[in-house]
Design a protein around this ligand. Sequence first.
Ligand SMILES: Nc1nc2c(ncn2[C@@H]2O[C@H](COP(=O)(O)OP(=O)(O)OP(=O)(O)O)[C@@H](O)[C@H]2O)c(=O)[nH]1
Ligand SMILES: [Mg+2]
Length: 299
Amino acid sequence: MFSFFKKTFGGLSKTRKKLANAVSGLTGKSYLDADDIELLEESLLQADLGWQIVETIIEELQDSGKKDLSWDQRFMQTMTSQLEGKADKHPLKKVIVLIGINGTGKTTSSAKLAGYFSSSGEIVTLVAADTYRAAAVEQIREWATRLKINVVANEGTADPAAVAYDGVNSGLAKKIDRIIVDTAGRLHTSPNLMQELEKINRVIKKITDDISVLITIDANTGQNGITQVKEFGKYIPIDGVILTKMDGTARGGIAVPIMTELNLPIYFMGVGEQVDDLIPFDRESYLKGLIGIEEEASV
Ligand SMILES: Nc1nc2c(ncn2[C@@H]2O[C@H](COP(=O)(O)OP(=O)(O)OP(=O)(O)O)[C@@H](O)[C@H]2O)c(=O)[nH]1
Ligand SMILES: [Mg+2]
């Protein structure tokens, strides 16, 4: 678990840079002056925590009743209470379908997820249901070969719902523990492609209810990620988020409005391009990583 914390901490380094500085700059002060407030507000907004939560944080930090706590502790306390009862995680189901706009990291995350479940002892199948990009199936096969994981693909069809159906059907028949379905990238402004996603979900649901739909959001897109979730959610029920590319952005605060505004759990975050760069999302570690509170190794 400590290694997960270390990776979470590392993945948040760009986001933390400004934010932690703004908070540590308060050390020794007993109250916030106008300049402190402006700097804090600016840093929190730039990290994409969203206007609403930023206002609350500033109000709470100004609360003179909490002077016995350090600024870090006050930040942690405020965030923890804002998140309480929100975005609760349920265990992921047997079939996991990854959806999202182009290039957000669906295929990479499918492979990383396959690696994650496989290394915890599960038998995993990857289903290559992106029939649009010629290289998509090849990309999945390469990952699968590296990870020694079975792939279901069908280069002979242009119907992704058919591939998804076959993959899930055969996975269930073979009593596979986890079936991960990669889908093509699409924009929510294209109704045909969105209806196709609806169809993929519908055909899988014909054979099992044991399905979780996860949307990949590229953390670099900041607040736009919120819109993507809302728009995709009009076509297909979304169970949670994989927040990708956290390593390359200072906008990693976006996890907060995803949980508070959308009430949607974040299951994993991507912090690099390698297979083990997918970290189970842990709220406390994430908040500590944002503000720069290091965790001690327990062994
Ligand atoms: N640094 C970093 N790169 C990532 C991460 N996740 C994915 N990538 C990279 O982002 C690029 C796009 O990833 P893909 O997995 O192909 O994205 P996709 O959503 O499947 O793309 P389409 O199928 O074209 O919609 C690749 O170069 C990945 O290596 C991450 O967490 N961190
Ligand atoms: Mg892909």
